[in-house]
Write a protein that binds this ligand. Structure first.
Ligand code: ZN
Ligand code: ZN
Length: 248
């Protein structure tokens, strides 16, 4: 099928909106109609040619609707709302121990360019286009492996536009604190930088698990508008270095 993608055709080149060809999903794959996507600094690294062979369709914070599923797909059906995340093999030791982010094939599956089985679904003028993070969400439709999908609950009354960043920024920030740092109740945490990743651990304060008993200090050198945007419900103290930087 014909779809529209923001293609990067060479290192440091601008995004170019192009009509490309998208193959049908194979047995293990799902066709997704993208509704929204975030933009992460890793997309810029990809645009600079630091991660993935060109030409490439970047984007790795996608959210959308399932359009079609392969014969072996069991976790979603057409019409389901889904969030797209990174790809992992599901078979290596790290995956089996519950750490898919440490998958031994992470680089191959997320940055090398092909889909899960080593072939491509996106083409332009008989050339293959690289897949990025297993999803390439800067496109109107994409084909991803079932592993990449997290289903949004049927009864969740939520705009998918808010969920795309769960794919990277939110899980990176929250996961770093909740799953690895694992602060004890009463601990004080300082977070440097209030971007999409830095803001997210603060959301953990609202989750029932850490008991909401952390003291969270967020440090930012961002402008006043960013400071006001950083979730006020999050930090017990916020320190801005903006004025110090401006004075220098
Ligand atoms: Zn990212
Ligand atoms: Zn793995």
């Amino acid at each position: 099928m014909k779809v529209t993608a923001a293609v990067v055709n060479g290192e440091k080149r601008d995004f170019e909106l192009e009509e490309i060809e998208l193959d049908a999903p194979k047995d293990n794959e799902v066709l997704i109609k993208l509704v929204a996507t975030g933009v992460c600094h890793t997309d810029v690294a990809g645009q600079d040619g630091l991660t993935t062979p060109m030409p490439v369709v970047l984007g790795h914070e996608g959210a959308g609707i399932v359009e079609q599923v392969g014969a072996a797909v069991s976790s979603v059906k057409p019409g389901d709302k889904v969030i797209l995340s990174f790809s992992y093999c599901g078979k290596c030791r790290n995956c089996l121990e519950g750490h898919p982010g440490m998958c031994e094939k992470f680089n191959d599956l997320n940055f090398a360019g092909p889909n899960f089985d080593g072939t491509h679904r996106m083409h332009k003028d008989r050339h293959d286009l690289s897949l990025f993070f297993g999803q390439s969400s800067f496109v109107t439709y994409t084909v991803v492996d079932e592993h990449n999908i997290v289903k949004v609950p049927d009864d969740a009354d939520v705009d998918l536009a808010y969920l795309g960043p769960l794919s990277c920024g939110l899980q990176t920030g929250s996961g770093s604190v909740l799953n690895y740092l694992k602060p004890e109740p009463g601990a004080t945490i300082a977070i440097f930088g209030m971007g999409p990743v830095g803001c997210r651990p603060s959301w953990g304060l609202r989750s029932p698990k850490p008991a909401g008993s952390w003291s969270l200090t967020s440090m930012t050198n961002a402008s006043p508008w960013r400071k006001s945007w950083a979730p006020p419900m999050s930090s017990t103290a916020r320190i801005s270095t903006w004025k110090l930087r401006s004075r220098n």
